[in-house]
Design a binder for this molecule. Sequence first.
Ligand code: FRU
Length: 476
Amino acid sequence: IKWDQAQRYAPYQSYSPAYLAGLQKQQRQSAWHQGYHIQPTSGLINDPNGFAYFNHQWHLFKQQFPFGPVHGLKSWGHLTSADLNHWSDLGTALTPHAPYTTHGVYSGSALPVKDRLFLMYTGNVRTPAGGRKSTQLGAWMTKNGRITELPAPLIAAPPSGYTAHFRDPQVLKHAGAYFALIGAQRTDRKGQILVYKAPAPTGPWRLIGPLDFGRTTLGYMIECPNLTLVDGKVVLLFCPQGMDQAVCPYPNRYPNTFVIAAGIDWQRAALIAPGPLQLLDGGFDNYAAQVARGPRRESLVVSWMGLPDVTYPSDQEGWQGCYSLVRRLHIQNGRLTQTPLDAPLVGAPFAPLRDKLNLQEKLTISIPATRSGRIRLGNAQEGLTLVVDGTANTLMIDRSQAGVPFAEDAKATRTLHLDPGPHTFTLWLDHSSFELAVDCGQAFASGRIFPRDPTHWRLSCDAALGANISGQRLAF
Ligand code: FRU
C-alpha cells in the first residue's frame, strides 16, 4: 500500500477483512510482539485516551489506525482491566464519520459522572483546500459499554486568535464545576493550554483563558495537557512542540514535560507557585502521557512508548507503537517519582548473570556508591549498554547497537543525572522495549529496541561495579 494522503484517510470499509486478518497475524507473529505491554492488534497506536476508573474497572482507550503502520484515519479502541496489567481489548469504541470526525477521532479524556462515563475528545476534519477544522466533542458511555455521541460539538471552534491546532481536551471536575484543558496554537504560532469552564459536562463551555503554568506560551503548539493531584500537589503534564532547548533541554524530537505546583487557581487559570519544567522520561520513546485517579485517589500515568514523526523497524511488519506500563506517581522530597505497577506480573526468580534472558523479565541491579562500569544486555552482535559513572554521577544508556537501527537522526544515547550514593536500577524488559527506573523511580527512562536475534541475549556486568543483581521472569 502506498500511504499517500488519500489512502491514509480512506474509509475503514475500503479494507477487506482478509487484509485486516493478515495484518493482525503479522503483529501476533512478530518477534517484537510484546509479552506484557499494550500494543496494537494491527496497524498503529499512539496516544492513550480516556484513562479512567469506572464501574469497578479500569478503562483505557487508544488512538489507533488499524490498517497500517502510519498515522492514518484515527479511531478510539477500548481496553478494560481489573489490575492495570491484564487488558481485554473490546474493539473500536469511537469511529470516524461525518460531519465532525471525517478525518479522525482525535485524543481526549474520560470522567465518571454518576453512573456514566463522559468522554470528551477532538474531531478532526481536513478541508479540500488542505485546511483543518477542530471541534471538541462529547459522548456518554453507560455501565454496559454502550456509547452515545452528542450530536453537536461542545466547543464548535477555537477562539479567535487561535489556529485549528486545538485539541486533546482533558475534562475535570472541581468544586461542582467542570473544567477542560485544551492544547492550542495562537495565530502567531505560539503554543498554549486553554482552560474552559462549564456547569455540566455537556456545557455550555466558556473560555476562561490560557493557563499560566509559570508562563502562558511555549513552543509552537502544546499537545495533550493533563492535570492531576499527587500527594497534595498539582502536577501538570503536557507535550510542547518546538520548545527552545534553553527552557528545558530535551533529546527527543518532542518532549513530554511536567510542572509541579502548590495548587491551581481556576478562576485566574493559573498554577500557584509552579516549579521548573522537567522531562517526564529521560529515555527515547515517551509521549502523550495521560493520567487517571484510582479508587483510593492515587494518581497513575500511562504513556505512548513512541514519538510522532518517527518510523520504527516494526513498520516493516505492518505495525507500530505500544504503551508504557502504568506507573504510580508520588512526590518525594519535592520530586516526582514513577513506579510501574507490576506486582501481578512478577514470576519465577532466575539468575541473570548465569541464565539466558528471554526479554520478558524484571531485573534489579544494586551498586554501591561511587562505582563506575558497564552493564550490557545482549549477545555478541547486539545489545543495550548502561554505563555508570560514579564520579560524574551519571547513567548513560546506549541503544545504538541494540538491534535494527532507527530514529538515526537523533542521538542513540541518553544520559540521566543521579544523586551521589548507592543506586538501584530496575529494568523491565519486553520483546521490543525497556523501561528503567532509577532509585525507586526518581529518574525514569524508556525506549523501544528491536533485537535481530533475541534468543541469545545475556546480561554481563563489569566486576568493578560490585553489582548485586536479581531477576524475575515476568509470567503472563
Ligand atoms: C499527539 C496527537 C494529538 C492528537 C492525536 C492524533 O500524539 O498528535 O495531539 O489528538 O495525536 O492521533
